[in-house]
Design a binder for this molecule. Structure first.
Ligand code: HEM
Length: 234
């Protein structure tokens, strides 16, 4: 069959099968999830507003039945991004293992950061956190979710009472630290997979990735800490 006769579907399948295709899928889905994490953090920081109903109005807007279609389109896209991110990570790991059946003799031979070496289990724990988090604040099966009215969750009440439990707050803080490491290395390796390498800009990019990841972690962690220290109360 000539190269011209290869259908777009066939080409997409071949791209997906190649390690570079999987890395591209990881980078694109990682970027989508990263965008969500930033948007979600900006939404959550409204909890500090002097107007205590501000964050609840925002939640009521998201839950308004008139916005159901865009909400479910975004939720479906996010779920698809999570699934593709995990499937390509597992397949890349299996491909790497198959290509290196004996493993490295000495792991110390490979100069990698702590964040890079912990990518797999930071990913697994962040994944477990997301499941717990949705059960906690969206579904309400960890602690009952209060509503002001139908489709109007009392987010301020639910977040503050949730974080008054030190075990829940502690798990969130641990997950945010791991998310920070995962984002730092993920952002950084995305630039590497794209072939970006420059003696002057590469170290700057690395510092930029660290700064963004730390800002996201600090913003998120500030909320359980503010509740535990009594700065945020009902
Ligand atoms: C202290 C940190 C966080 C707080 C206070 C928080 C708060 C919330 C709240 C209140 C909801 C329910 C919103 C609603 O029903 O309207 C929610 C949903 C959600 N959160 Fe978070 N969140 C935090 C961190 C995170 C992080 C780091 C991630 C991702 C890594 C995340 C992912 C999600 C997802 C996927 C949902 C479900 C969204 C949906 O139902 O459409 N959250 N969060």
């Amino acid at each position: 069959m000539s190269a011209l006769a290869i259908s777009p579907l066939h080409r997409a399948a071949r791209f997906w099968e190649a390690p570079i295709g999987k890395k591209a899928v990881m980078a694109i889905t990682g970027l989508i999830l990263f965008g969500y994490v930033i948007g979600h953090l900006l939404g959550n920081l409204q909890i500090y507003s002097a107007d205590h109903q501000q964050i609840n109005r925002y939640a009521a807007f998201l839950h308004n039945p008139a916005n159901a279609i865009p909400l479910w389109v975004i939720r479906t896209a996010l779920l698809a991004a999570v699934i593709l991110h995990i499937v390509s990570a597992v397949q890349l790991w299996l491909q790497n293992r198959a290509a290196r059946p004996l493993g490295y003799k000495k792991k110390a031979d490979v100069p990698t950061s702590y964040a890079a070496r912990t990518m797999r289990w930071s990913g697994v724990i962040v994944g477990a956190f997301i499941v717990f988090h949705i059960l906690h604040l969206t579904v309400g099966s960890v602690l009952p979710v209060h509503e002001i009215a139908a489709n109007e969750p009392d987010v301020r009440y639910n977040v503050i009472t949730g974080f008054q439990n030190p075990l829940v707050a502690g798990f969130y803080i641990l997950a945010m630290i791991l998310l920070c490491m995962h984002l730092y290395h993920g952002l950084w390796s995305m630039f590497q997979s794209m072939g970006f390498s420059h003696p002057r800009y590469t170290p700057l990019l690395k510092k930029g990735a660290a700064l963004v990841a730390i800002l996201i972690a600090v913003g998120n962690i500030s909320i359980p800490i503010a509740v535990l220290t009594g700065f945020l109360t009902l």
